[in-house]
Design a binder for this molecule. Structure first.
Ligand SMILES: *[C@@H]1O[C@H](CO)[C@@H](O)[C@H](O)[C@H]1NC(C)=O
Ligand SMILES: *[C@@H]1O[C@H](CO)[C@@H](O)[C@H](O)[C@H]1NC(C)=O
Ligand SMILES: *[C@@H]1O[C@H](CO)[C@@H](O)[C@H](O)[C@H]1NC(C)=O
Ligand SMILES: *[C@@H]1O[C@H](CO)[C@@H](O)[C@H](O)[C@H]1NC(C)=O
Ligand SMILES: *[C@@H]1O[C@H](CO)[C@@H](O)[C@H](O)[C@H]1NC(C)=O
Length: 600
């Protein structure tokens, strides 16, 4: 289907003449009337070119007498578009119009923007704005004021160093108790030890890491301290481009791809003095946890998978992304603290795109404080991402939580409710009230069509046959071919209605609820609202081995805030973590206890 059966354009000159005659006189009603000259005329000329031109040209010609297999096929397929109400002459005219106008136009546009996969170039002119505030508040563009940490001492064991917070590590570096090179070595050793067990690492960037660590150390020697991320090692989900290293998108098709692009989020982290140690697993083309090298595991229970698609990031400390659940699911499963940011907060320049109106980047860390530190570094507008903006997020370290009214859904973890209540937050039972019933399918239609637009060539070249999990993207993206543009737009209008209803019923400052409930995942992403993922405990695994095990199941909750209020979600998460220690627990990755014979 890659070659037209007959040359369609350019039309030979005689046809063009015929066109101009026709469009002024005998054009059939509906067949080209009112359409732009080039395309409308072309359509009619095409149907004439199909026929013996000696025959009379009239409106009747669009209903040729012989049974036409094209019309029959089209008629049969219209039911898949829920539009099987056209009679045969209309179908004939539609068939001609599709061949003459649609297909050439599709090809023209694809040639312009779709030859490269992944949506890195040519962002759409339709930009989703997630903000609910009418006045365009200009962000004051100053950084958060981090809490002061004094008397941090370097622990003797690597393991203890690896579990310190960013703020603490930053203090060790600032006070020269540890160099960035030493820290980098600690984290590289851990990545090399645990990466193969958890299957969470795609590329270790040793050389770059030591180079950046040395730069950080040298700067400090010169008396320049860049802030809490100065010299701190971190990882990036492998849909984020870093020059000279592979950016595999987790996919067999792109396993050896090197993009000479510096992603905005990488640029920003680099400028804070942070040290990139690894490109971490993304599920293939940012879907779930299966990638070309294996399937990422949950550090808390290596018999279980991490879910995805920010699988590697969740199993490490880093930046990941979410279109629908790819931050919240793996963070919840792997028991780390993460922030799905307000849509538009973090620029996606240089990041593989699924859906331009849904994709978001966000931090995975050991605590909400660390998430705030990373957010502060990576937020802001970038010219390469038209949806990015200077979101007016306030300083999460200076939110007076006693002024807040926070709702809790039936699915909220009650410990969080009780802890926040004891801290002076006003807690009330809550439910979002909306009438849109099709939340999940709106998400599905939006995401799948957008994704197909970014991987159009990939599907045409049959690379979907090589996809790692045949029941995932391949099925959804084939189905997406059959979603008409008009129904895609209807989905966006339904999404608009949902957003208005959610906004109307969001009568609290934030609410606490299940972070893995699919309806809420879809809703939150369609609205663009932020959520902090907070570990709230550990429980026994379902079928523990007879001799016992140190493997655990994590329990998690979400703190949701309205768009642009990431600081509220973070402030509440920080308040909860300030008096609990669920976020400080350490998984027993390869030391599962004497009774557990799952050793990998
Ligand atoms: C289809 O409908 C149009 C408009 O109602 C009519 O003019 C035409 O004759 C119909 N064609 C057939 C084949 O029924
Ligand atoms: C805002 O911050 C960015 C990045 O740190 C900087 O380049 C820019 O000059 C700042 N703008 C203002 C108005 O301070
Ligand atoms: C929920 O929304 C509907 C429609 O907008 C409205 O009629 C109803 O009063 C609302 N219910 C509550 C409890 O707010
Ligand atoms: C989209 O919808 C289909 C069918 O309902 C479902 O199987 C699939 O999991 C959905 N996609 C995602 C990413 O949830
Ligand atoms: C949260 O939602 C998931 C998925 O629907 C469900 O398995 C889990 O039990 C829910 N948790 C709570 C506390 O309701």
């Amino acid at each position: 289907m890659r070659e037209p059966r007959r040359p369609l354009l350019p039309l030979p000159l005689p046809h063009l003449l015929l066109v101009s005659l026709l469009s002024s006189s005998a054009a059939a009603p509906g067949a080209g009337a009112g359409a732009p000259p080039r395309t409308g005329g072309g359509g009619v000329a095409r149907s004439i070119a199909d026929m013996d031109t000696k025959e009379a040209v009239s409106a009747k010609d669009v209903s040729r007498k012989e049974p036409i297999s094209g019309v029959i096929a089209l008629k049969a397929s219209m039911k898949y578009f829920d539009a099987d109400f056209f009679n045969d002459s209309k179908l004939r005219e539609m068939e001609d119009g599709a061949k003459e106008f649609n297909v050439p136009a599709f090809r023209d546009n694809r040639k312009l923007v779709a030859l490269e996969n992944g949506g890195l170039h040519n962002p759409s002119a339709l930009v989703f704005k997630s903000s609910w505030s009418d006045e365009s508040k200009i962000s004051e563009n100053k950084s958060f004021q981090y809490p002061h940490t004094s008397s941090v001492h370097r622990p003797s064991k690597d393991e203890d160093i690896a579990f310190m917070s960013i703020i603490e590590l930053g203090e060790l570096i600032r006070t020269k108790q540890v160099t960035s090179r030493e820290l980098t070595a600690v984290f590289l050793r851990r990545l090399k030890r645990y990466g193969p067990i958890i299957e969470s690492v795609i590329t270790i960037t040793d050389d770059l890491a030591y180079k950046q660590a040395k730069e950080a150390d040298d700067l400090l020697e010169q008396g320049k301290y860049l802030g809490p991320l100065h010299g701190i090692p971190y990882g990036l989900k492998d849909i984020i481009a870093v020059p000279e290293y592979k950016t595999t998108w987790g996919s067999r098709t792109f396993e050896n791809q090197i993009l000479d692009v510096e992603a905005s989020v990488y640029k920003r982290l680099k400028s804070t003095g942070a040290v990139l140690v690894a490109k971490l697993v993304t599920g293939s083309l940012a879907y779930d946890d299966i990638w070309f090298g294996g399937r990422t595991r949950n550090p808390w229970n290596i018999e279980e998978f991490s879910t995805g698609s920010s699988a590697g990031p969740a199993a490490s400390t880093s930046a990941g992304s979410e279109t629908a659940g790819s931050i919240t699911y793996p963070a919840a499963r792997c028991g780390v603290t993460a922030l799905r940011t307000t849509f538009g907060t973090v620029a996606r320049t240089g990041v593989m795109s699924i859906s331009e109106s849904l994709d978001k980047l966000g931090p995975f860390c050991r605590s909400a404080i660390d998430c705030a530190v990373v957010l502060d570094a990576i937020r802001g507008k970038d010219a390469g991402d038209p949806s990015s903006r200077e979101v007016a997020i306030e300083d999460p370290f200076h939110v007076d939580i006693r002024q807040l009214t926070v709702g809790y859904l039936d699915s909220a973890e009650m410990e969080v409710v009780h802890v926040l209540s004891a801290k002076g937050v006003k807690l009330v039972p809550f439910k979002l009230n909306y009438t849109v019933q099709s939340v999940q399918s709106i998400l599905n239609i939006t995401m799948d069509v957008d994704m197909l637009a970014h991987f159009d060539n990939w599907q045409r070249e049959r690379h979907d046959d090589d996809y790692e999990a045949q029941d995932q993207w391949p099925v959804e993206l084939r189905r997406a071919r059959l979603i008409p543009a008009v129904d895609y737009i209807q989905a966006q209008r339904a999404r608009g209605k949902l957003i208005r209803e959610v906004r109307e019923s969001f009568t609290v400052d934030a609410f606490i609820g299940n972070v893995t409930d699919w309806e809420l995942v879809c809703l939150g992403n369609l609205v663009g609202m932020p959520v902090a993922v907070v570990p709230t405990g550990l429980k026994s695994i379902k079928n523990p081995p007879e001799g016992g095990t140190r493997r655990r199941t994590t329990v998690t909750t979400g703190i949701y805030a309205p768009p642009d209020h990431d600081h509220v979600a973070l402030a509440l998460a920080m308040a909860y973590q300030s008096v609990t220690d669920h976020h400080k627990q350490r998984p027993a990755i390869d030391d599962l206890g004497p009774g557990d014979d799952i050793q990998r």
